[in-house]
Design a protein around this ligand. Sequence first.
Ligand code: F6R
Ligand code: MG
Ligand code: MG
Length: 371
Amino acid sequence: MKVTLSIIKADVGGYVGHSDVHPALLARTDEALAEAKEKGLIIDYCRAKCGDDIALIMTHTKGTDNEDIHHFAWDTFEAVTEVAKEYGQYGAGQDLLTDAFSGNLRGMGPGFAEMEIEERKSEPIICFLADKTEPGSWNYPLFKMFADPFNTAGLVIDPSMHDGFRFEVHDLIEEKKIIFSCPEELYDMLVFIGAPSRYVIKHIFPKGKDEPAAVTSTQRLFLMAGRYVGKDDPVMAVRCQSGLPAVGEVVEPFSFPYIVAGWMRGSHHGPLMPVGMQQDTPTRFDGPPRVVSLGFQLKDGRLIGPRDMFADPSYDLARWKALEMAEFLRRHGPFEPHRLPLDEMEYTTLPAVMEKLHERFVPLVGDERDF
Ligand code: F6R
Ligand code: MG
Ligand code: MG
């Protein structure tokens, strides 16, 4: 049976500030999802969240980029925005960039990661949701899962993984894509995915198959809206086991709280902290950035789960390390490398401040004015 998994997410109002989602908004989301299931639009769902972002995790048989599914998500986020307004939530409707839905969510604000798959006899899938960071943040863990034998023992031990995987990488600035075949082209690929603000892994495919093993959301709000609307708080789904990385290999990269761009005002580097679903609320300096992971077994399209994968003591050390790294970076205040380099600050509100001072810059040579 072919099943489509769609994760569609948006920030339509924060509680308090940009730290969490009010229960009233979650209740309205639940209502909409239950109705969609009742009507047969979707097979199953799990309403999830990370920080101020709501995620609709849904299964259905309509394929990716489906108008009905995208329209439903849009209508749901609009309905939830109404509740956000009623409760005076911060940034109500912030990710809904256009007035009306038009065919597809592309360019409209909400992020989405979707895959259509032939459900295996047993189909373990992990959905990752992050807050206060950007889509390229998945590059590092995806590389570790599908290309690094120090992370994924299966790349060495399991003959069905020896051939490696194909990585589809998007250039978000020039809107182009390329497929790298790994391990042969590992070094070529790293040239690009090591720059995650521009190049992001969109899909990973087992060699010789068209069905993805992993998919990410790649929407960048700034590039859609032409103005700063916050970072893009990405989601991804990864299939596991039986010729793919095992569940433990898929969550292993997050034992290292690697540095990502985002955090306060989408303008700072900080550690990505893996947390349980009860701890998904970025607080200190609007952060640090964090990631939750929801494990499911798919059965006839039903989402059996979620299992809260990072609510486990084996991630305590990663959390402590993240806090130490957060403390260390915070001491730099407005200095790089805590603050992002200038070219990335172009996507924030800083250029408006710089513009104001533009006229006051005079040439170093040939200026006789007395200061
Ligand atoms: C980062 C984020 C927050 C806000 C910050 C300022 O993605 O959402 O850190 O950027 O709280 O928010 P405004 O400009 O809305 O006051
Ligand atoms: Mg927000
Ligand atoms: Mg957010």
